[in-house]
Design a protein around this ligand. Sequence first.
Ligand SMILES: NC(=O)C1=CN([C@@H]2O[C@H](COP(=O)(O)OP(=O)(O)OC[C@H]3O[C@@H](n4cnc5c(N)ncnc54)[C@H](OP(=O)(O)O)[C@@H]3O)[C@@H](O)[C@H]2O)C=CC1
Ligand SMILES: C[C@H]1O[C@H](OP(=O)(O)OP(=O)(O)OC[C@H]2O[C@@H](n3cnc4c(=O)[nH]c(N)nc43)[C@H](O)[C@@H]2O)[C@@H](O)[C@@H](O)C1=O
Length: 320
Amino acid sequence: MRKRIYVAGHRGMVGSAITRKLSERGDCELVTASRAEVDLTDQASVSAFFERNSIDQVFLAAAKVGGIHANNEYPAEFIYENLMIESNIIHSAHKNDVNDLLFLGSSCIYPKLAEQPMREEALLTGPLEQTNEPYAIAKIAGIKLCESYNRQYGRNYRSVMPTNLYGPNDNFHPENSHVIPALLRRFHEAKIAKATEVIAWGSGKPMREFLHVDDMAAASLFVMNLDKETYENHTSPMLSHINVGTGVDCSIRELTETVAEVVGFEGDIAWDTSKPDGAPRKLMDVSRLKKLGWSYSTSLAAGLRDAYQWFLENQDSYRG
Ligand SMILES: NC(=O)C1=CN([C@@H]2O[C@H](COP(=O)(O)OP(=O)(O)OC[C@H]3O[C@@H](n4cnc5c(N)ncnc54)[C@H](OP(=O)(O)O)[C@@H]3O)[C@@H](O)[C@H]2O)C=CC1
Ligand SMILES: C[C@H]1O[C@H](OP(=O)(O)OP(=O)(O)OC[C@H]2O[C@@H](n3cnc4c(=O)[nH]c(N)nc43)[C@H](O)[C@@H]2O)[C@@H](O)[C@@H](O)C1=O
């Protein structure tokens, strides 16, 4: 029997990459629903969806997602929608006897000043970064939801914590997106307009680690497919999440210069220091995942070229 796999958030950047990988594998039946069909913040609607679809496995890649500005401006939506989406899906999965689920969290679950690189054990050891604390609290609740259903009901609900992601199907909104899509679009528009200067946010000093979304999707399938004994040997019941990243970071200034080069913008870069820097550094310790046998394959330079190519080919339809 082919497994019926539900990808929540299949139109998003990560959900669409997971869907592509599962389709390539060709050994399962995909179950999806658009937001118009099932609003994942609506408990009754999610519960009815699980009842009418026989589901074997869930990739939980649906969430309210955005960059530093969106997190800072809309904290109520970031905490409320994320708590609702993950609670509804995880609880309905359990109620309908779905044993396998993978929850996607984020590197922002770790304390603002966590020791670098950040190990899984750094969770709940200090205060969070303020610009995204509500989102981070919701993501921590997601990990704890998974662990609680595992401990009480013997479920197999796993969590991965992605570093900052980018790639095809990203959100290119000028203010609400993450740094890479924002800069790809801004430099592109400046090149077309023959502008002499582009403004980037903050001081340029923060350090960030970036992973191409196809690598993220590959890591998600890898962790989902680990046998239970292997997963449990590398995690513990109350510290069950696994970091996903490259283990390599760069400054936002270096990133900005690289994006300008990839796009072919030759003007100046100015810094708007009235915009927040956010966490000073967020480098993942990826040794848990490496020991399990997975590492990334796309370098930042190659990944940025791919993301820019996708942007050029989808100028009529990109989000933002
Ligand atoms: N992007 C990044 O840099 C990072 C992402 N992550 C995590 O990875 C996961 C995927 O993120 P990403 O793909 O980037 O995000 P996207 O915004 O690209 O995708 C999110 C998806 O969730 C869906 N969704 C959101 N709210 C609802 C709702 N109420 N009902 C139904 N569907 C809904 C969206 O639907 P619609 O298409 O209708 O909007 C969209 O398909 C998230 O859990 C995120 O927190 C973690 C670290 C970094
Ligand atoms: C994935 C992650 O994403 C968010 O945290 P973040 O890492 O701070 O993400 P960001 O991509 O928005 O910014 C990274 C850095 O880049 C600088 N920066 C420069 N110029 C632009 C710019 O034009 N846009 C943006 N967004 N940032 C810019 C910006 O000032 C910051 O110093 C959280 O939502 C968090 O919850 C989360 O999970």
